[in-house]
Design a protein around this ligand. Structure first.
Ligand SMILES: [Zn+2]
Length: 151
C-alpha cells in the first residue's frame, strides 16, 4: 500500500527551502492501492497543499508488534518472585520496577491447594491464594497452580 506526505517547495521567510522541513507538520495521506490512486489523491489536495509539487512516497503495511519481541524468549527467562530483582518506583510506592529492564512488575495469583497433614495426598478442596510478583520481560509467569500446602 502506498502513502505520501506532500513536501513544500515554498521558500520560507528565512530563506529555508529544505523540502523536508515540511515533514514535521505534514499529514500522511493513504493508504492507496496503486501509484495511480495515489497520484489522483495528490491532485485532489486542498488549495494550501496544491503548490507542493513533491511528495515523500513510501510503501507501508500493518503488522502486529508482539509483546515477545520486547522481552527474552521464554526459555531464557529467570524464576519469578525474587524481590532482590525489583526496585520501588520513585513516583508510586505501591509499584515496583524491574532492575534490569525497568518494566512495571506484575502480580500473578497462585493458588495452593490445602492438603491435610493427617491424610497425605488428600485435598480439602480449599485453596490458599498468594500473589507472586514477576517481570513480564525477564521472568517466567508464575504457574497459577502452586505446590500444595500442608496443615
Ligand atoms: Zn525485567
Amino acid at each position: 500500500m502506498k502513502f505520501f506526505i506532500p513536501l513544500s517547495m515554498v521558500t520560507e521567510r528565512g530563506g529555508n527551502s529544505d523540502p523536508y522541513a515540511s515533514l514535521a507538520h505534514g499529514a500522511v495521506y493513504g493508504p492507496y492501492e496503486s501509484d495511480r490512486e495515489m497520484r489522483k489523491a495528490f491532485a485532489r489536495l486542498g488549495a494550501s497543499d496544491r503548490d507542493k509539487k513533491l511528495a515523500l512516497v513510501f510503501d507501508g503495511h500493518i503488522m502486529p508488534i508482539e509483546q515477545e519481541a520486547m522481552g527474552k524468549p521464554e526459555s531464557e527467562k529467570s524464576e519469578p518472585g525474587n524481590m532482590d530483582n525489583y526496585i520501588a518506583d520513585e513516583d508510586n510506592i505501591d509499584k515496583f520496577r524491574c532492575k534490569k529492564c525497568h518494566a512495571v512488575i506484575m502480580g500473578a495469583v497462585v493458588s495452593h491447594p490445602i492438603h491435610l497433614r493427617s491424610m497425605p495426598g488428600a485435598g480439602s478442596g480449599q485453596c490458599q491464594r498468594e500473589t507472586v510478583p514477576y517481570c513480564p520481560n525477564c521472568e517466567t509467569k508464575p504457574d497459577p497452580h502452586g505446590a500444595p500446602v500442608y496443615k
